[in-house]
Design a protein around this ligand. Structure first.
Ligand SMILES: [Zn+2]
Length: 540
């Protein structure tokens, strides 16, 4: 039996955390069929890996690629980093389900994420139809989907209203959630700083996560605060996981945001450690940058964000309401992540806008824009940006310290996730977060090779077998006979991220080959048009 592909004489790092060894990998019918020290030559294709490391493809456990899929399915910016499986539907906002009769309303909601999403048809209703729809499309890499609490609340619950669910709404939400889990969702995600999820009480989330627990699924959470109230927010996740009986909690993009709170990662990591000692499974993911990415509308106090866009815009046009907003920002509101107060206008940078008038503001911070546009003050810039762009303003926020980033990265429960999007390499609109292009090579270059914060083998484990075991993927995340041949070949002397905040659209260096399900998708640093990616389903 001749092999489809032979990868010869590379340094194999198998994903377990064990030290590398030199060997050859044989691939047949998409899977790893043999790993040998002696060289076989009977293969249709040979990849020479003499100066390269061969490791399992990276599993991006936190991604928002699902927003981009209707526009472009190439997943380029993540594939070039070596991501072969993307877990998406995060922070409570995904693309399904869409109840019958609510199609137009759905388009209005996704338009808040990106106005271009309003132009597409979404030819599915249930979560199972959504997975089927994605299976029929061309996928460069594997996709795993979660269902968003925001979607469930909109589909069956109290929508954008600031109140508790009625018993009937609770049943409806559970119905949609159960349908998604049966279809193969890996779990439910929440984004507890976003409207309307910000209006939800802990006990409502516990009730819903009980359904996730019935299916042995995972609860992914963008927690209620990453700054001032982070200790309470971590305690809330622990409570939700414990009270629901869920066997896997995942804290999204763990960080300490806001200079006044730097250093609190010591306490958060201790809380996570103690929870695990008590048998509550909590892990987390991280991207290696000092800025977050979100949307400007979330800088508004929660009460301003109730209801639909028209209502929100009407509020912020009103000068008296503007004064009330300024006062709330200054004084703070219990339980609200107040970015303008915590980080300051100078640390808020524009990434994407929709209005032509504001296109020249990409990568600038708010005071820079105020000066450039000759506006009265930063507040005027803030309100005008939101009004002119129909609230669709993407931002990056400089908020983290290098000490916290490093402490979180070294933590025992740490995995890697981009919190980004797989976007086309030739994309140039606005200034997306560089994490979309550089997360994995940045860790392997800067933090592993240059700063020796982690060993290479351990860093790769956190990118491969650790997320695979969390996701209960039994046939991915390791180099082992019988596993799907999702593989990355890279040069550890050359690997580097190149994407910056000013110029994010730059591919990394030092990753010549990427294979998905035994098919070469990136060869000599160039992506081809093959689409061997599968839609994975949660089958614990
Ligand atoms: Zn998030």
């Amino acid at each position: 039996m001749s092999l489809d592909i032979l990868i010869k004489s590379g340094k194999i790092i198998d994903g377990t955390g064990n030290p590398w060894y030199r060997g050859n990998i044989g691939i047949k019918d998409g899977k790893i069929t043999d790993i040998s020290l002696n060289l076989r030559e009977d293969a249709n294709k040979i990849l020479d890996a003499s100066n390269l490391i061969i490791c399992p493809g990276f599993i991006d456990i936190h991604s928002h690629t699902d927003y981009i899929l209707p526009v472009n399915r190439s997943q380029e910016s993540t594939l070039y980093q070596g991501v072969t499986t993307t877990v998406t539907g995060m922070c409570g906002d995904g693309m399904a389900p869409i109840p019958v009769g609510k199609e137009e309303d759905f388009k209005k909601i996704v338009a808040k994420l990106d106005p271009v999403l309003q132009q597409f048809d979404y030819p599915y209703h249930t979560f199972s139809e959504y997975l089927e729809y994605n299976e029929k499309k061309r996928n460069s890499a594997n996709l795993a989907f979660c269902v968003g609490y925001g979607n469930i609340r909109w589909a069956g619950g109290q929508g954008f209203e600031n109140r508790d669910a009625t018993p009937n709404e609770m049943e409806q939400m559970k119905f949609y959630l159960r349908e998604a889990m049966e279809a193969g969702a890996f779990g439910m995600s929440t984004g507890l700083i976003y409207a309307p999820q910000i209006f939800s009480k802990t006990r409502e989330i516990i009730e819903l996560v009980k359904v996730v627990a019935e299916f042995k699924g995972i609860y992914f959470s963008h927690i209620r605060s990453e700054g001032k109230d982070i200790i309470n927010a971590i305690q809330e996740v622990i409570e939700i996981v414990e009270q629901s009986g869920c066997i896997g909690g995942q804290i999204a993009h763990h960080k300490i945001a806001g200079e006044a709170f730097w250093g609190r990662s010591k306490q958060t990591l201790e809380l996570i450690e103690k929870a695990n000692e008590r048998g509550i499974h909590i892990t987390y993911d991280q991207y290696p940058y000092n800025r977050g990415m979100s949307d400007l509308v979330t800088a508004l106090p929660p009460w301003v964000r109730e209801g639909d866009n028209d209502l929100i815009i009407k509020r912020i046009k009103d000068t008296e309401t503007q004064e009330r907003i300024k006062k709330d920002v200054e004084e703070g509101i219990e339980g609200w992540e107040n970015w303008i107060q915590n980080e300051g206008m100078k640390n808020i940078y524009i990434s994407t806008v929709v209005s032509e008038k504001w296109k020249d503001t990409a990568a600038l911070n708010i005071p820079e824009i105020t000066r450039m546009k000759g506006l009265a003050d930063d507040w005027e810039t803030f309100f005008q940006l939101l009004i002119d762009n129909n609230l669709s303003v993407g931002i990056t926020i400089e908020s983290m310290s290098e000490d916290d980033i490093r402490r979180i990265m070294k933590g025992r429960y740490h995995m890697v996730g981009t919190d980004g999007f797989g976007i086309p390499g030739a994309f140039t609109a606005g200034a997306f977060h560089p994490r979309c292009f550089g997360t994995y090579p940045r860790i392997l270059g800067k933090y592993v090779r240059d700063e020796k914060l982690l060993t290479l083998e351990d860093a790769i484990r956190k990118m491969t077998s650790f997320p695979a075991s969390k996701l209960r993927l039994k046939d991915r995340g390791l180099i082992k006979q019988g596993m799907w041949a999702d593989l990355v070949l890279f040069d550890h002397h050359k690997i580097n991220d190149k994407a910056t905040y000013k110029n994010p659209y730059q591919l990394p260096e030092g990753i010549p080959h990427v294979l998905v399900n035994g098919t070469i998708v990136v060869k000599d640093g160039i992506k081809n048009k093959k689409s061997p990616g599968k839609v994975l389903k949660f089958r614990p």
